[in-house]
Every structure is written in structure tokens, then in C-alpha cells.
Unconditional design. Sequence first.
Length: 139
Amino acid sequence: MSFRKKGRKVRPVSGITFPRSSGTVEKSDGNDFTAVISETLRETYGRSGRSIKTVMAYTGAGERAVKNWFGGKNGPNGENLVELVRHSDEVLEALLLMAGREDILAGKLLVDAHEKLVEMIEIIDQLHAADSVADPTND
């Protein structure tokens, strides 16, 4: 007794290919969303297994998904992208650049520079106070 081949489903090779998934967005100037996010993640977190686990902890995404983000095969969905932006200024800056929002990026950079200057002034004040205590005749 042989099995009938009628129940088998064989797909014909038609040469039809499907467009890229909706998880990737391309800009007209050639910046590929997945490539930019991938490069930014690698520059920010490195290429180690620990970096993948760190991003997994931030986003709650699975290991395979995060590896695909680092490899540039897929990009994060909206919820995961928001979590990445929440934890990484570099991802936020890349996103703003891709969106063409240099004005917002400039404002962010200005606030960051102000915060750094305040920190530096506090350190200078502490050093000056320590110097004054060590040498009271220095006034």
C-alpha cells in the first residue's frame, strides 16, 4: 500500500519575492533605520554578550531579537525603541537625526553642555575651597 501524493502540498518556485518587512524604514538619502540603530547600539554598548544582555534587560526583548538588532537584520519595534531611547542618549540622537529634527538635537546638546559646565564649576569651587583651607595666606 502506498500513500497518495494528493495530500501533499508543494509550493511552486515562482521567483516572486516579498518586499522588506514593515519593521524597517528607509529614508530617501540612504540611511537605513536598521543599519543606523545597529551601528548606534554597537558603538554605545559594544559587541560583547554582556551588551546584548544589557539591552535585553532594558527592553524586555528576547535574545534572538536583540542579536538581530545588533546585527542589523531587524530593527526594534516602537515599544522597544522607546525603551532604548530612555536608556541611551546616543539612540535618541540617532533617531532625531534620522527624523531630520536637528533643532531638537541642538537643544538637547545645549542642555547637556550646560549640565557639564555646572559640574565643572562645582569641581573648581571644591578645589578652590580645598586650596584655601590648605594655604590660608593664598588670598
